[in-house]
Ligand binder design. Structure first.
Ligand code: B12
Length: 480
């Protein structure tokens, strides 16, 4: 982190779920967008990525004491909100006049809880952050009435005041993250030793209707895109100026507009950037693009996550997932056939699910045959549609556990420990099968898979599973 006294310090909560952190260190793109807008408006900004540095709350305190920022801007999803509030508490303890601001999905929806429940958070920013952050800082500097700033919540006279929502930013091309604040040497994609990893955004929004997710609600079913020229230009600049050679596209659905996506791919092929791309998209878009998949590969797309989420049609219907089981399977086959790493996840642990259902999911996951599969615990974000359906089955209220790893919902016929056991069994069985397929994979994929699995087994919450996978211990079939 840069030293010197920043007016505004952008901070990630020092939270770890022990999953994705094993594979890489991921820069906080949302905060960098906010930082870019604040800098453009003339504010002094610095970045403190406590999460990536694996700092403790005591390290956070030492940093705040040293940096003495006038304002602390923290990004929080549900799992990280308690640690985000802790950062604000420490900031207030160190200097009571520090302005403390929380943004991202949890404060967007739960601003009453956040703002009403914690005296240490001055403002919750609701929704897209760039314009709101700039107006907020201007009003705060001027000592003006914050109720003029759209898209925030703050406390006045013991009441939480929520200002009207702010419309979405019209032209995404005008936004530029504060890339120069990033200590690039700290961001790497571990399966590729020596690589430099960026997180980038080519569009914002989600039009899917999954009841368990928060993104559709956050973006209010809208979708806006950066132009192909601007997006590819940004990647090119990251390659040239900062040596980025792997980039994760943060979008929910970068492929939604097929003409735009095709243009992006063609520009990438033309410019031969040498940047490997990791992305997430919809099953249906992969099916639509079957003939275009060789171009994906030429453009640098190496890894695609598709959300099939659940393998039995009744569960898919319950989630209102707009994809049929067979389509998910076909999308994975296509990715595999085009030498792209395919990844998907299977969400388990709904109230009606039984051990037998979960065993079926694990079996079907093997039949789907993605290169990588994650078995996740269904997690009811308190603002997602799913919450109402499952609220009577919520057994865990600690937000730090809302990370898709720890079971939160107790199914009628299972204990939480039994759900956890099935999730781990899913990993164990799936990856044991995968290891047997290594020899048939192209060399690069084989190397990648070995490196990634080693990282997951040694550095993620799956650590304890390594011994089972190596076959050192007999794996007991789960008792019925
Ligand atoms: C990149 C990413 C990560 C990175 C995070 C890097 C980082 N430090 O930010 C990594 C890979 C580490 C990660 C980890 C996890 N993630 Co994640 N991640 C994403 C992803 C794919 C993109 C986020 C992004 O960059 N978006 C682009 C930017 C521009 O948008 P944005 O973040 O929303 O930011 C805007 C606004 O929210 C706002 N804003 C954001 N922060 C702030 C702060 C302030 C002060 C202000 C004013 C405004 C503001 O302004 C920004 C610009 O407009 C999203 C899904 C998605 N497509 O968004 C999931 C997502 C955010 N992750 C999620 C989850 C659950 C996790 C994990 C718990 C998963 C796990 N089991 O490991 C962990 C938590 C680990 C941790 N320590 O945080 C969920 C959160 C669900 C929820 N509502 O709580 C999401 C939505 C995925 C999903 N569909 O469920 N993740």
């Amino acid at each position: 982190m840069r030293t010197g006294r920043p007016e505004i310090l952008l901070v990630t909560p020092p939270y770890h779920s022990g999953v994705v952190e094993a594979a890489g260190s991921w820069l906080p793109l949302g905060l960098l967008y906010v930082g870019g807008a604040l800098q453009k408006a003339g504010c002094g900004v610095a970045l403190y990525d406590a999460m990536t540095r694996f700092d403790t709350l005591e390290d956070v305190r030492a940093t705040l004491r040293r940096e003495r920022p006038a304002a602390v801007f923290v990004s929080c999803i549900t799992a990280t909100v308690d640690d985000g509030i802790e950062v604000c508490r420490i900031a207030k303890e160190e200097a009571p006049d520090t302005l403390t601001v929380l943004g991202n999905s949890h404060p967007t929806f739960m601003y009453e809880e956040v703002r009403g429940g914690s005296p240490d958070v001055d403002v919750a920013v609701r929704g897209e952050g760039e314009e709101t952050a700039v107006e907020l800082v201007e009003a705060w500097r001027a000592g003006a009435d914050l109720s003029q700033v759209r898209g925030i919540a703050f406390r006045r006279g013991g009441q939480v005041v929520a200002t009207p929502p702010r419309p979405f930013i019209a032209g995404l091309d005008s936004l530029e993250p504060a890339w120069h604040l990033v200590p690039w040497g700290e961001y790497t994609y571990r399966p590729k030793p020596g690589s430099r990893l960026a997180v980038v955004s080519s569009s914002r929004g989600c039009t899917q209707h999954c009841r368990f997710c928060s993104q559709r609600l956050f973006w209010q079913e809208s979708w806006r895109a950066v132009s192909p020229e601007r997006f590819v230009g940004q990647l090119e600049a990251l390659r040239e100026r900062h040596g980025v050679d792997v980039a994760m596209i943060a979008d929910e659905t970068p492929t939604l507009d097929s003409a735009r996506w095709e243009r992006i791919l063609h520009l990438l092929v033309e410019r031969r950037l040498g940047v490997a791309l990791l992305l997430e998209t919809r099953v249906n878009d992969i099916l639509r693009d079957a003939a275009l998949l060789p171009t994906y590969r030429q453009a640098g797309v190496e890894h695609v996550y598709v959300g099939v989420e659940a393998v039995n049609q009744s569960t898919l219907d319950l989630f209102q997932k707009d994809a049929r089981v067979e389509e998910g399977k076909r999308a994975i086959e296509l990715l595999n056939a085009h030498d792209i790493i395919s990844e998907t996840s299977f969400v388990m642990g709904m109230p009606h699910e039984t051990r037998a259902d979960m065993e079926l999911t694990i079996e079907l996951a093997k039949r789907y045959d993605p290169d990588m599969a994650f078995f996740l615990a269904i997690t009811p974000w308190p603002y997602a549609d799913l919450y109402e359906d499952v609220k009577d089955h919520i057994a865990v209220r600690d937000y730090r556990k809302y990370n898709l790893v720890e079971p939160i919902i107790k199914p009628d016929a299972m204990t939480l420990d039994e759900v956890r056991e099935q999730l781990l069994r899913g990993f164990r069985e799936f990856y044991r099968g995968k290891m047997k397929q290594f020899a048939a994979m192209p060399t690069w994929k084989q190397e990648f898979m070995k490196a990634l699995m080693k990282l997951l087994m040694e550095h993620s919450y799956l650590r304890g599973e390594a011994a089972h996978l190596r076959g050192e211990m007999p794996v007991q079939p789960a008792p019925r």
